[in-house]
Design a protein around this ligand. Structure first.
Ligand code: MV4
Length: 505
């Protein structure tokens, strides 16, 4: 059997092997496409929104994911019993397990995602580096895995600083920056220990440490007929402990030329592994705007909505069409970014107490709506937030004609948002929307952890002037790279500035 025959086949019923907002997102796409739906749930999710919204729901097991959402055997059994011809894994849980994709295929169930071989290659950082390098994709200069002696010698050759990375790595585990030769032996030992503990594999390699870089990623779509397109970039530099908190599209620092070059490279990387379905190539962008492949996420991502809003492409619908064997509905030249979208991840955590996760029953909520506002959520009043799953309870996504308008909408929406019963990071987002660095688009992957302070809202004349200059320059580059709606208002930067100031009071 070729990969194509099992990766795609017509189906009329889909099982969603996930929970929360992403289960809801996939259910909605199914509803629109006339695909019948099967939900699964754990003890903690008996009452959950995705269970009520699906046409059928099956009990998986106890609350810990290892006994429910991670049970491949149970999921396959339920798919067969219910007559589901396909499984959508969402993100997290089993989404990037080659073994799960393989189990689906072996049981004649369509896995709504890439071939297991593509997942396996991209899951191994060193294999991914080698494969994409052969396809002409730039990677950070570095040294292949070896003994400590070999890596120490390679580092001397490369020069410092270097970054020790685990080949099985993910989420920053097994990663150690090293600024001088004397510190390398200990860093290698520590990285190996951490990687062994987290992944059962202590293989490490080296890369040059790229400082002050941004995390920019390119969204891809591929069908089984050999069509691969990109949907432009997302700016994902605002992270805390390797968890993204705010994403936007487009990026403040990516112009049309850079976008096309990064897009072409991302498409080449996907082709190199025979990629099918939705996927994302992550890049580091350094201060000189050189970009380097970091890794590929072989799944639908949390932040996909910002791309949907600026391109008008429904990524989840497209995933389902591709899985049914259809051709992509878009060619590269059909894809145009218009306007600006920002996503704030709303987490049940206390930003005033080291982002400690907050649990309890949601007693009341008032969800913002209105022009340019989208909320993807899986919670509702009466739902209990438990410690079993991650703390993200909703995504607030705002759209505007310009970045400034998207920020003003986000401020308005955050001010409308009320959630009672658990603590949330809404105050964090409100402070970020007021921060001059954020407004000015001046941040890198270290900004949230190293420089952002919730209590720092001081107005500063010099800073404000710099932001205005940046916004003006940006608006001009936008004109060159973006289609502006006919009759669009040419709001001066001074007017923006005064509106910001008014909102700050
Ligand atoms: C890097 C880097 C700097 N130089 N590689 C973090 C997780 C993994 N995906 C790769 N990561 C990084 N790799 C080199 N050669 C900085 C990071 C990094 C980072 C990357 C993206 C988003 C947030 C980050 C936070 C800290 C470090």
């Amino acid at each position: 059997m070729t990969a194509n025959t099992v990766l795609s086949k017509k189906f009329n019923k889909l099982l969603i092997a996930n929970r929360g907002e992403i289960a809801m997102r996939v259910l909605r796409a199914c509803h629109e496409l006339g695909i019948a739906t099967v939900a699964v749930y754990s003890d903690a999710d008996r009452n959950a929104l995705h269970v009520r919204y699906a046409q059928e729901a099956y009990y998986l097991g106890p609350s810990p994911a290892s006994e429910s959402y991670l049970r491949i055997d149970k999921l396959i059994k339920i798919a067969k019993e219910s007559g589901a011809g396909a499984i959508h894994p969402g993100y997290g849980f089993l989404a990037e397990r080659a073994a799960f994709a393989r189990a689906c295929i072996e049981n004649d169930i369509v896995f709504v995602g890439p071939p297991p071989e593509a997942i396996a290659i991209m899951g191994d950082k060193q294999m991914a580096r080698e494969t994409v390098t052969a396809a002409g994709v730039p990677v950070v200069p570095g040294a292949e895995p070896g003994t400590d002696e070999e890596l120490i010698a390679a580092a001397q050759e490369m020069g410092f600083p270097v970054l020790v990375k685990a080949t099985a790595g993910g989420g920053g585990k097994g990663m150690r920056p090293v600024f001088e030769p004397d510190a390398l032996p200990d860093a290698l030992a520590a990285a190996r220990r951490e990687a062994k503990g987290a992944f059962g594999d202590d293989t490490v390699y080296l890369e040059k440490l790229i400082q002050g870089s941004r995390h920019i990623e390119i969204q891809l779509l591929a069908d089984v007929h050999g069509n691969v397109i990109h949907l432009g970039e997302r700016e994902c530099s605002l992270q805390r402990r390797h968890q993204k908190v705010i994403e936007e599209s487009p990026s403040f620092v990516v112009d049309e030329d850079l976008r096309q070059r990064m897009g072409a490279v991302a498409v080449a990387a996907a082709r190199a592994v025979g990629y099918v379905n939705a996927g994302t190539i992550e890049f580091l962008l350094d201060k000189e705007k050189n970009f380097y492949f970091l890794e590929m996420n072989t799944r639908l991502q949390v932040e996909h909505p910002v791309t949907e809003l600026v391109t008008g492409v429904d990524i989840v619908q497209e995933q389902l069409r591709v899985a049914r064997g259809r051709r992509l509905r878009f060619k590269q030249e059909d894809i145009k970014q218009q306007g600006w979208a920002i996503e704030c991840r709303i987490n049940a955590e206390d930003p005033y107490n080291n982002y400690l996760p907050s649990t309890g029953t949601i007693t009341f909520s008032r969800v913002p709506t209105g022009p340019g506002v989208r909320i993807d959520t899986g919670v509702f009043p009466g739902y209990e937030i438990t410690p079993y799953y991650d703390s993200m309870i909703s995504k607030l996504i705002c759209y505007g004609e310009t970045r400034g308008e998207a920020i003003l909408r986000m401020r308005r929406a955050l001010a409308e948002y009320r959630i009672m019963g658990v603590k949330t990071n809404i105050p964090f987002h409100q402070h970020m929307m007021d921060s001059y660095s954020f407004m000015g688009g001046e941040f890198d992957t270290k900004y949230v952890e190293d420089r952002f302070r919730m209590d720092d809202r001081e107005a500063n004349e010099t800073m404000a002037a710099a932001i205005l200059a940046t916004l003006l320059a940006h608006k001009q580059s936008q004109r060159a790279s973006q289609i502006v709606a006919p009759g669009a208002r040419d709001t001066s930067n001074w007017k923006w500035y005064s509106r910001w100031e008014r909102l700050r009071q």
